[in-house]
Design a protein around this ligand. Structure first.
Ligand code: NAD
Ligand code: MG
Length: 393
């Protein structure tokens, strides 16, 4: 039986992953090693019992007693904290899902790569902050990274049997989010509640807000550059409000391969779970006649400056991705806490890039975890300071 783990099991991607594991036979078909979660202990314990996991870990030590109680009598190990998550990730698996939200997914992702096998990577932040390190670790341990972001899974599927040197450009589709046709003035006044309401996809809170600001697409541009190793000039974004085409690859002969389907992340998770084969997935078939039409429009980098900032990050290179992601996460927290406005997020991220560039923080002769951690920490401190927040202890 395949040994599998799911990190971030209680989140949006995690629940969809657990759903597919169950549909494909659950505890009878998979040897489930580790499941990790956060505050939702009841859900984590229910998943761990149902899949008969070896170990369940919550990120938060204050929930350890609750988790232990919920797992009493099952023989499933309960653990808590960042170290425990890293240790659980070090347990050998054949297939693992990295779906912790944000920068916190980096260390478990690196630990998962150490035992080879397949890493289904939803955590885009680890590629943005530490792409060269993730790829080097994968090569060193003969691990395979399969992208789970819908755009990158679409591109991966369009590239099967193809030569990346024959690719003219990667075309990432973007829904445009809830503010696609809003004026700049209205966007600037947007509230967290408005930003969280994504028109097409059911996702976690941070990625929903990042979709509204198009920071999500910015992260994905960098993710594409890191993962596929193509230059920034070969990465294009097109707004496609229906989210039916999940992304495209344009080849040098003028052909464009598009991946289409209903907006349901289980297509990408299931592709990674069954790779290199295709499994039967519970994804609703696409009714093209009912759909009627597909629309496209150019993205507006004035109303959505995150896209412009992504190009700057790609031009800066080095540790600029780590700076960008860290500043974005701090600005996101401040926006959600109503300490800054929606449009201010891009302002503070740009400022973090300015100061990193003027100090040369993004330059690194070697690309290792210490450098990434240093760049991340410096950018968080600088951004909190710029916003006027007290430093986290
Ligand atoms: P989510 O917020 O729904 O779930 C996040 C999971 O990570 C939860 O299990 C939570 O408990 C855990 N977690 C949060 N903070 C943690 C921390 N500090 N330490 C350890 N665990 C922590 O998020 P999501 O929408 O499922 O997204 C997860 C990842 O997948 C993100 O990197 C996101 O960008 C990516 N992704 C998500 C979607 C989607 O449709 N939701 C699509 C593409 C990519
Ligand atoms: Mg995506």
């Amino acid at each position: 039986m395949r040994r599998v783990s799911v990190f971030g099991a209680t989140g949006s991607i995690g629940c969809n992953t657990v759903d597919l594991l169950r549909r494909q036979g659950g505890a009878g078909a998979f040897d489930v090693v580790a499941l990790s979660g956060g505050h939702n202990i009841a859900l984590l314990a229910e998943q761990a019992r149902d899949l008969n996991a070896e170990i369940a870990v919550t990120a938060y030590p204050e929930h350890l007693d609750d988790l232990r109680n919920a797992l009493k009598g099952t023989g499933i190990i309960a653990a808590a904290g960042d170290e425990a998550i890293a240790e659980a990730a070090a347990r050998p698996t054949d297939w693992a899902m990295s779906a912790i939200g944000g920068y916190a997914g980096l260390r478990p992702g690196l630990a998962l790569l150490e035992h080879g096998g397949v890493l289904a990577l939803a955590n885009k932040e680890s590629l943005v902050a530490a792409g060269p390190l993730m790829l080097a670790e994968a090569a060193r341990h003969k691990a395979t990274i399969l992208p789970v972001d819908s755009e990158h899974s679409a591109i991966f599927q369009a590239l099967v049997g193809e030569d990346i040197n024959r690719v003219q450009r990667l075309i990432l589709t973007a829904s445009g989010g809830p503010f696609r046709d809003w004026s700049a003035e209205r966007i600037a006044r947007a509230t967290p509640e408005q930003a969280m309401a994504h028109p097409n996809w059911q996702m976690g809170q941070m990625i929903s807000v990042d979709s509204a600001s198009m920071f999500n697409k910015a992260l994905e541009m960098i993710e594409a550059k890191e993962f596929y190793g193509v230059g920034a000039e070969r990465i294009e974004v097109i707004v496609h409000p229906q989210s039916i085409i999940h992304s495209m690859v344009a080849f040098i002969d003028g052909s464009i391969m598009a991946h289409m389907g209903t907006p349901d992340m289980r297509f990408a998770i299931g592709y990674a779970l069954n790779w290199p084969e295709r499994g039967n997935l519970p994804v609703a078939p696409l009714d093209l006649a009912a759909m009627g039409r597909l629309d496209f429009e150019a993205p507006d980098e004035d109303r959505f400056p995150a896209l412009r900032l992504a190009r700057r990050v790609m031009a800066m290179g080095g540790l600029a991705g780590a700076v960008f992601n860290a500043a974005k996460e701090v600005a996101y927290d401040a926006f959600m806490a109503r300490q800054i406005g929606f449009a201010d997020m891009a302002v503070y991220v740009e400022r973090a890039l300015d100061s990193a560039e003027s100090r040369g923080d993004h330059n690194a002769t070697t690309f290792d975890l210490d450098n990434v951690i240093g760049a991340d920490r410096a950018a968080r401190i600088a951004t909190r300071e710029a916003i006027g927040l007290r430093q986290a202890s």
